[in-house]
Design a protein around this ligand. Structure first.
Ligand SMILES: Nc1nc2c(ncn2[C@@H]2O[C@H](COP(=O)(O)OP(=O)(O)OP(=O)(O)O)[C@@H](O)[C@H]2O)c(=O)[nH]1
Ligand SMILES: [Mg+2]
Length: 329
């Protein structure tokens, strides 16, 4: 078994180094697998390919359902390939972790891109928690980097949570907005705006152009208040994923961002901070898993719950008691 797994790993590493898409796809399946043997292999693989990572531009793209993400990525991906770049797209679909569904159907909306040998499109699997899904996405991103992709796009539907997680694994966060939506800048929209390194008002074509221009100035004012990074000022652009317009401007902005962030190691520092946060998150995830399995925790939870209901103890006292019982062992 040992010999076989060593062999497998060598094949995987060789394939990834040779930028072989089939191997990349199999490698992502391996890291997504819940099988313990696969997980051991996956850990080895990730360690082996780590020296090959770090060279891609990691771009997050988010926006509410129907804003035109798939259409935009189809256009933008092909635009990037025309510039001589290799493009990978990893798509996090919240419905997939809620319902167990898949967005493979989306590949049909990215027809030209998905059939281009310079591209790689991969939806994330269904999972039970966003942290877990994002963790796999992060590892998939590293695999894509090692396999020689210049740009790795992580797509997520902006519904309030997943985009925060994605912003922790990418360098640059592009938020797509629709015309006519600028007047209700609260809640989700506001939250997502805080993460944006660039806002693109999509569907700025045909009859929508006037509205898009209006939305642009509204988002510009909103960004003025939100400004979130001392090295980079987010701006607002117009684009049409459908017509393939405004893509060069967006690409130029992304390049300007990298130029600025690469100066004085800002990008390196950003990625290092992201690593630290991931380490913390993974650690707490482990602690969580461990405690959930703890019999004392289960029993203590029940006992304390009962006492709370009987007004014998306050909820804060109960939490402290439980903490002392389980964690101070
Ligand atoms: N006029 C115009 N319509 C667009 C544009 N981009 C997308 N659409 C239309 O908007 C609708 C939604 O586009 P999608 O690309 O599927 O949007 P999405 O954000 O991927 O949607 P979800 O996957 O459901 O979150 C489709 O009917 C598209 O044809 C655009 O640039 N201009
Ligand atoms: Mg879509």
């Amino acid at each position: 078994m040992n010999k076989r797994s060593t062999l497998d790993i060598d094949d995987f590493v060789k394939g990834i180094k040779n930028q072989d898409i089939t191997t990349l796809s199999r490698a992502i399946t391996l890291i997504e697998s819940k099988n313990e043997q696969h997980q051991t292999l996956a850990k080895k693989l990730l360690k082996e390919i780590l020296p090959l990572t770090g060279k891609s531009k990691r771009i997050g793209i988010s926006g509410t359902p129907g804003v035109g993400k798939s259409t935009f990525i189809e256009s933008f991906g092909n635009f990037l390939i025309d510039q001589g770049l290799k493009v990978a797209v990893l798509a996090i679909d919240p419905t997939s972790y809620k319902s167990g569904g898949s967005i493979l159907g989306d590949k049909t909306r990215m027809n030209k891109l998905s059939s281009n040998p310079m591209s790689f499109i991969r939806p994330t699997p269904s999972g039970t928690n966003l942290g877990g899904v994002a963790s796999k996405t992060r590892e998939s991103l590293l695999l894509c980097e090692a396999a020689g992709f210049d740009i790795v796009i992580v797509e997520t539907v902006g519904v309030g949570q997943s985009e925060v997680t994605v912003s922790k694994i990418v360098d640059f966060f592009l938020v797509l907005m629709q015309p006519g939506g600028g007047d209700d800048l609260q809640g989700i929209k506001r939250g997502i705006l805080e993460l944006a390194d660039l806002v693109a008002i999509n569907k700025a074509d045909g009859e929508g152009l006037g509205m898009a221009k209006l939305a642009k100035s509204e988002y510009e004012s909103a960004l003025n208040i939100l400004r979130h990074n001392e090295y980079w000022e987010p701006s607002v652009k117009l684009c049409s994923g459908l017509k393939g317009e405004g893509l060069d401007d967006i690409y130029a902005t992304i390049n300007a961002y990298y130029k600025k962030m690469n100066k004085d190691d800002h990008l390196k520092n950003k990625r290092n901070e992201q690593l630290l946060k991931w380490l913390q998150e993974l650690f707490f995830e482990k602690v969580n898993q461990q405690i959930s399995k703890d019999k004392d925790f289960e029993k203590g939870l029940e006992e304390n719950y009962k006492e709370i209901l009987e007004h014998k103890i306050s909820i804060i006292e109960a939490a402290e008691k439980l903490f002392n019982k389980v964690l101070k062992k």
